[in-house]
Design a protein around this ligand. Structure first.
Ligand SMILES: *[C@@H]1O[C@H](CO)[C@@H](O)[C@H](O)[C@H]1NC(C)=O
Ligand SMILES: *[C@@H]1O[C@H](CO)[C@@H](O)[C@H](O)[C@H]1NC(C)=O
Ligand SMILES: *[C@@H]1O[C@H](CO)[C@@H](O)[C@H](O)[C@H]1NC(C)=O
Ligand SMILES: *[C@@H]1O[C@H](CO)[C@@H](O)[C@H](O)[C@H]1NC(C)=O
Ligand SMILES: *[C@@H]1O[C@H](CO)[C@@H](O)[C@H](O)[C@H]1NC(C)=O
Ligand SMILES: *[C@@H]1O[C@H](CO)[C@@H](O)[C@H](O)[C@H]1NC(C)=O
Ligand SMILES: *[C@@H]1O[C@H](CO)[C@@H](O)[C@H](O)[C@H]1NC(C)=O
Ligand SMILES: *[C@@H]1O[C@H](CO)[C@@H](O)[C@H](O)[C@H]1NC(C)=O
Ligand SMILES: *[C@@H]1O[C@H](CO)[C@@H](O)[C@H](O)[C@H]1NC(C)=O
Ligand SMILES: *[C@@H]1O[C@H](CO)[C@@H](O)[C@H](O)[C@H]1NC(C)=O
Ligand SMILES: *[C@@H]1O[C@H](CO)[C@@H](O)[C@H](O)[C@H]1NC(C)=O
Ligand SMILES: *[C@@H]1O[C@H](CO)[C@@H](O)[C@H](O)[C@H]1NC(C)=O
Length: 515
């Protein structure tokens, strides 16, 4: 059973990218947006020390709100106080700068705060919307009956940047107006979370830390990547907290350079939960709440262990670990001096809960312990983005004519959210969608005909009629164009040769002239 598991790694004890916190400065690769922030454009967060800026430069649509005035004093941080809501459009996207091929953690938070006065999280009506990472569904945000409207929910995804930007989109399902309170982007190490690649992202299910911990959520600066680690709270006898007093969890043994790691913060490696030594096993149950659509999840479990106890006498912990009765570790002996991470990305575990059992092996000196665990669900990035040449052309057309319709996110993909006025083809297999028809009739276009129209090499029909376009018909290669409607503009002749030749050859149907 364990042979086909992707086990392996030991953590280098030092964090790969130790970032010294400088108050008010964000580490490289961090972008923190406080959505709907309007009273100021930026601030240094008093809790994390990170610089938060307004989201207004990263999104086109939406309206800024703040949570209900009578709930303001219940906000536990600045980000909860304001939000951006998207009453218009089926899909609204944030565009975040990224380095192609690098790994990022993206997190969105949602504090409803009864900003619209409709008590939507308490009135029993369905309140849910979707999140896309690029052109793929990443999560559903289900705030139906989520109660106290000052509660904060979050969604997180680990993904590889496909391009110079990553888009994060909110999708309106017609079941409540999508909104978002904050959007955080953190670049993580190139070798972290090795099961994430360009076709697989990982959506957060759970990330727990064990032992005696004060804070409900541990994050930056304790974790230099600002992951959220929740304190495990379902504590009962015979559980025991272990805290290493002086044990060095900070210097890696020589020649111990694995090619990937999870960079677990040393504070997490210094605390663990175990059981009284006369007991032999304990279990941890992780359950999806209604905010996680769990039926289709393929969960990837990750376990972090470090010997925290005083084992100078050579005492060892040897144990088995199983997830939902499937054994993932057999007779595993925890090394005395170096932390270990074990994960299993091979199985396709599905379901809304996972029951993890740690059982002492016969003959083990000590009972099992655990420092932290993570569960992620696989997100297959199967929907392809529009061919980049077409994306560039469409973006420059949008910019030149200041098109105000909801042209947001990827032009063709996913199919259900194609830009208004576009028709695309979706070749099977591994080819990106292409734009084949563009209808910008009666769209208030002014100025000359943009060169970008003619650089879309799959475009077959272009309708620019009933606008105020001026100048001449440009002499461009028209590639695949079969129908070009320029009627009812202020264009002047003559028709260039390249266009005439195609007309004469019967390859192009040109409509030109005034009513
Ligand atoms: C945040 O703190 C840094 C360093 O102290 C300072 O330079 C910067 O002006 C602060 N930014 C804001 C928006 O207050
Ligand atoms: C923004 O400023 C207004 C007017 O001063 C104030 O009423 C409101 O509470 C402020 N909002 C936040 C989120 O601080
Ligand atoms: C929302 O709830 C508050 C307090 O329960 C109530 O006073 C208010 O009328 C409700 N608003 C709506 C629109 O139902
Ligand atoms: C991919 O696109 C199709 C068609 O628009 C859509 O039905 C499907 O939900 C998309 N898949 C994902 C994972 O987003
Ligand atoms: C909502 O939660 C806050 C913070 O936990 C608490 O102070 C407040 O009393 C709660 N409100 C309601 C109506 O339960
Ligand atoms: C990503 O990982 C999945 C599953 O582990 C694998 O099937 C797929 O081929 C990988 N994709 C790339 C582009 O490496
Ligand atoms: C162990 O730590 C947990 C979490 O901080 C706490 O709830 C529990 O009371 C602690 N147990 C003991 C015996 O100190
Ligand atoms: C808490 O732990 C008990 C005993 O291990 C288990 O039966 C119960 O389901 C757990 N509760 C939650 C909310 O996970
Ligand atoms: C285990 O040991 C603890 C303290 O050492 C004791 O209180 C408890 O009764 C023992 N339990 C069993 C099942 O032996
Ligand atoms: C959303 O949550 C509600 C309340 O918990 C639940 O009844 C409903 O089935 C959930 N819907 C989806 C699509 O997850
Ligand atoms: C478990 O490991 C120990 C030490 O590595 C070994 O002595 C013992 O035979 C193993 N037990 C089983 C059941 O494999
Ligand atoms: C062209 O511009 C003029 C003057 O601004 C305006 O009256 C007219 O309606 C516009 N025509 C079209 C087709 O948009």
């Amino acid at each position: 059973m364990s042979t086909n598991l992707a086990w392996l790694l030991r953590l280098p004890l030092i964090l790969a990218a130790m970032v010294v916190q400088v108050h008010g400065l964000s580490p490289p690769g961090f972008l923190s947006l406080d959505c709907g922030l309007a009273n100021k454009s930026a601030y240094n967060d008093s809790i994390t020390g990170l610089l938060y800026i307004s989201d207004s430069g990263f999104v086109e649509g939406g309206l800024s709100y703040q949570i209900s005035a009578n709930l303001m004093d219940q906000a536990t941080n600045e980000q909860e106080k304001t939000l951006r809501s998207f009453p218009g459009g089926q899909r609204n996207c944030y565009t975040l700068p990224s380095i192609p091929g690098k790994r990022y953690l993206l997190r969105t938070t949602f504090t409803y705060g009864n900003y619209d006065g409709l008590n939507k999280t308490e009135d029993g009506s369905l309140f849910l919307f979707g999140l896309h990472i690029g052109v793929n569904l990443w999560a559903t945000v289900n705030l139906t009956n989520s109660g106290n409207s000052t509660n904060t929910f979050w969604k997180e995804v680990l993904t590889v940047a496909p391009d110079r930007f990553i888009s994060v989109c909110l999708i309106n399902f017609g079941l409540g107006t999508p909104f978002v309170s904050s959007l955080e982007m953190r670049r993580i190490g190139d070798s972290m979370y090795p099961f994430v690649n360009s076709s697989v992202s990982a959506s957060y299910f759970s990330r727990l830390r064990f032992g005696a911990v004060d804070e409900f959520i541990s994050r930056y600066p304790m974790d230099s990547y600002d992951r959220f680690w929740e304190r495990f709270d379902n504590w009962s006898y015979p559980w025991v907290n272990l805290t290493s007093k002086n044990k060095a969890m900070s210097s890696p043994p020589a020649n111990h350079c694995d090619d990937f790691s999870f960079s677990v913060p040393s504070a997490i490696l210094q605390r663990a939960s175990t059981i009284e030594s006369n007991f032999s096993w304990f279990s941890i149950t992780v359950e999806a709440n209604s905010n996680l659509q769990s039926e289709t999840m393929e969960l990837i479990p990750i376990f972090h262990f470090a010997e925290v106890g005083d084992v100078n006498g050579g005492a060892r912990r040897t144990f088995d670990l199983s997830v939902d009765d499937e054994q993932l570790l057999h007779n595993f002996t925890l090394p005395a001096t170096s932390p270990v991470t074990k994960f299993d990305s091979s199985t396709r575990r599905r379901g809304s809960r996972a029951r993890i059992v740690l059982r002492r092996s016969p003959g083990s000196d000590l009972p099992p312990l655990i420092n932290a665990l993570e569960l992620h669900s696989r997100v297959w990035m199967i929907n392809l983005t529009t061919a980049s040449g077409d994306v560039d052309s469409m973006e420059s057309i949008k910019e030149k004519y200041m098109v105000t319709r909801n042209w947001n996110g990827d032009p063709c993909s996913p199919r259900d959210y194609t830009w208004d006025g576009l028709n695309c083809i979706y070749p099977n297999g591994h080819q990106n969608p292409r734009v084949v028809e563009l209808n910008l009739s009666a769209s208030g276009l002014r100025g000359e005909i943009a060169t970008s129209f003619m650089s879309m090499s799959s475009l077959e029909k272009l309708d620019l009629s009933n606008n105020n376009l001026t100048g001449t018909v440009p002499d461009y290669r028209l590639y695949s164009l079969r129908v070009l409607n320029l009627s009812n503009n202020q264009l002047i002749g003559p028709i260039p040769d390249s266009v005439l030749q195609r007309i004469v050859a019967g390859q192009l149907d040109l409509r030109f002239g005034m009513l």
